[in-house]
Ligand binder design. Structure first.
Ligand SMILES: *Cc1c(COP(=O)(O)O)cnc(C)c1O
Length: 223
């Protein structure tokens, strides 16, 4: 199915509850396909691998208004490049990483938007900070002048019932943080992928991250 049709399908599905941000999760997708996505109106792209992202940013540098989000695992030695080449980093899960991003962002015009990735699903051992650690990390990030904490991000359990509990927990964490005066302006709850974005939106997601439903299945080598 062509990209335009796939996008229309998603747009219809979310028409009664459009998120603030529809992020195209574009790992493994060629720059020329992203160019088509841009022509169809998409502006937010999420990448998982630094070098792949830098290559695409270069190839698409003529397109105005693209917003690049980093959604992959953060390696400590890549923080400087991430801070300089992305508008958002969604996978911050410890203060050391936040501090390094902050240092590297100094001197750039706008602060770097960051989300705290939360390991909300018991099964997800890939990354993210423990839910109990979110308040402390959020406070630490709020003190870093070159970062702007925008909210929380998570990948949830693949099984729908467990996902429901995970989404609910994330929404609770997010709204609890927003109640704290220092975090009153948090505006982003990034959760929901191709498999569960409607469910995520029901649980107050403000950003959904869609890969396969827009671009088709990733091949093994493009992962
Ligand atoms: C790849 C990826 C997605 C998109 O997943 P799909 O199932 O292809 O929609 C979302 N979030 C993160 C962090 C990803 O790495």
């Amino acid at each position: 199915m062509p990209l335009a049709e796939r996008l229309t399908h998603v747009q219809c599905a979310i028409a009664d509850r459009p998120p603030q941000c529809l992020l195209a999760a574009s790992k493994g997708v060629a720059a020329k396909t992203l160019r088509r996505a841009y022509a169809l109106g998409l502006r937010h792209f999420g990448e998982n691998y630094l070098q792949e992202a830098l290559d695409k940013q270069m190839a698409l540098s003529d397109l105005d208004g693209i917003v690049w989000h980093f959604i992959g695992r953060i390696q400590r030695n890549k923080t400087a490049a991430l801070a300089r080449h992305f508008d958002w980093v969604e996978s911050v899960d410890r203060s050391l990483i936040a501090e390094r991003l902050n240092t590297a962002r100094a001197g750039m015009v706008a602060p770097l938007n960051v989300l705290i990735e939360v390991a909300v699903s018991a099964e997800d051992s890939k990354g993210g900070c423990a839910p109990e650690e979110v308040p402390e990390l959020a406070l630490a990030i709020s003190r870093l002048s070159h970062l702007r904490l925008r909210g929380l991000m998570a990948l949830v359990h693949p099984q729908a019932e467990q996902a429901d509990a995970d989404f609910r927990r994330m929404a609770e964490l997010f709204f609890a943080l927003q109640q704290t005066p220092v975090h009153a302006d948090l505006d982003t709850l990034s959760m929901g992928t191709s498999a569960d974005y409607l469910q995520a939106l029901q649980h107050s997601a403000t950003e959904i991250r869609l890969g396969t439903i827009l671009f088709g299945a990733r091949t093994q080598e493009s992962l």
